[in-house]
Design a protein around this ligand. Structure first.
Ligand code: GLV
Ligand code: MN
Ligand code: MN
Length: 420
């Protein structure tokens, strides 16, 4: 047995190979991915990762919501596994590192252990969770949410795709990833640790190698549908209009005003506006708008949502339109297990990396796993703080540092003989 070490070239090669699936090229050499959940490209990405898992000797199981878990044997298979992993689905214009790093660094940790002949007391599992992004099937973190018992399986399988109305269950069957393993699983992992890019500007700005994630902020997604009356753009006097297009714009400016009124850390985004019939000379009949609000303080997020709801009532009255809302996601903020957080910090320190504690602005599978086992996260810097953008980039030395910390934490957790 030798000391296991991360091979960064191997990790980068896997990241590059996976990113060829659903590749998007930008005008200036930047490239990213469109691998929306349960599309043909997601299937191709899953197939590649499963092939890699098998070639590393992992026992692969697919569960009923399509989560993939590859398990490396431990000396004592009666003990619950230490789990790592993340997701490989992307937003429609996503980067090459969001999620994929956590999965492929997990495989690199396994390969480093295999090459060094390392055995661990506990099994080590690498998970690929279904539909983390929630762009196609809201909410986000869906696979890990069901895994953690936060949504009934049947409810998840019935969710309809935003783009084509197909159900999650049908799409899982279509791509061959409706597995037989129970979800939630029979037993929770011993612990879960996820490596992820920061997706924000803090680590880069402060020239810090490793973010030790303490919390994830609360998330609220609302879909608003506004129904008015389709009318002629030239002949309909302004006072006679019932105009969902105007209301959609008003919602957008209200969300920005709300963030000004609250100040940081409230963030608010209108990411999707659809007008029907979407024609130059027709007052729209209907508009659909999505609003994403996030805050570290659940009470403040609740207040923001209440103010937003009041604004919608006022608009419905003043603009003579009908407004209905549907919650697409609603997750409280999450505080990670302090022992796991300390363990991540201790590994970064031991390996000589600069590190700081940080709150995650993005949602992550680890926040769902935190419901069922001690969980934590490792962040590495994102160039320019950019993510959900094909130009998303993290330099190999940062990827290597994150993977090394992940390896250290996994070895530490998996070698312990403490009973469950
Ligand atoms: C999902 O990962 C999100 O933070 O939007
Ligand atoms: Mn992610
Ligand atoms: Mn993402």
């Amino acid at each position: 047995m030798t000391t296991p070490v991360i091979d960064i070239d191997r990790l980068v090669a896997r990241l590059d190979q996976l990113a060829e699936i659903g590749r998007i090229d930008g005008p200036n050499g930047e490239w990213g991915n469109a691998r929306l959940a349960l599309t043909d490209d997601d299937k191709a990405g899953r197939d590649l990762v499963v092939e890699w898992m098998r070639s590393l000797g992992l026992a692969v199981e697919i569960d009923r919501v399509g989560n993939i878990v590859g398990t490396r044997v431990g000396d004592n298979m009666a003990l619950a596994p230490v789990m790592t992993g993340s997701h490989i689905d992307t937003v429609g214009t996503g980067g090459r590192f969001d999620g994929t790093l956590g999965v492929l660094a997990g495989l690199e940790v396994v390969e480093a252990m295999n090459s060094a002949g390392v055995t661990t007391e506990r099994p080590v599992a690498v998970a690929v969770f279904t539909d983390e992004e929630g762009s196609r099937f809201p909410p986000d973190m869906l696979g890990s949410l069901v895994y953690a018992g936060g949504m009934p399986l049947e409810a998840a399988l019935a969710i309809e795709a935003v783009d084509d109305g197909a159900t999650l269950g049908d799409e899982l069957t279509r791509i061959g990833y409706s597995g037989g393993a129970p979800c939630p699983p029979v037993a929770a992992p011993h612990a879960f640790v996820e490596l992820h890019i920061e997706q924000g500007p803090v680590l880069e700005a402060e020239a810090i190698d490793i973010g030790v994630v303490t919390d994830v902020q609360g998330i609220s997604w609302t879909e608003v549908t506004i129904t008015g009356r389709s009318a002629h753009a030239g002949t309909t006097p302004m006072a006679m209009r019932r105009d969902p297009g105007y209301v959609a714009a008003s919602i957008t400016t209200f969300v920005r005003d709300l963030t000004r009124r609250f100040g940081p850390p409230l963030v608010g985004t209108v990411g999707r506006i659809e007008l029907v019939p979407n024609l130059v000379n027709v007052v729209p009949a209907r508009a659909t708008v999505t609003v994403d609000l996030r805050h570290t303080d659940d009470d403040r997020l609740g207040e923001a949502n209440e103010m937003f709801a009041r604004h919608l009532d006022e608009l419905a009255e003043s603009e003579n339109v009908e407004i209905t809302t549907r919650s697409l996601a609603s997750f409280s903020s999450v505080e990670f297990d302090s022992t796991t957080v300390d363990r991540v910090a201790a590994s970064a320190e031991r390996l000589g990396y600069s590190h700081r504690r940080i709150v995650s602005g993005a949602g992550h599978d680890a926040q769902m796993l935190a419901r069922i086992c001690p969980s934590g996260m490792i962040f590495v810097p994102s160039a320019g703080g950019l993510s959900h953008n094909i130009a998303e980039y993290t330099a190999p030395e940062h990827l290597a540092a994150g993977a090394a910390v992940l390896l250290d934490v996994v070895l530490d957790l998996a070698s312990g003989t403490v009973a469950d």
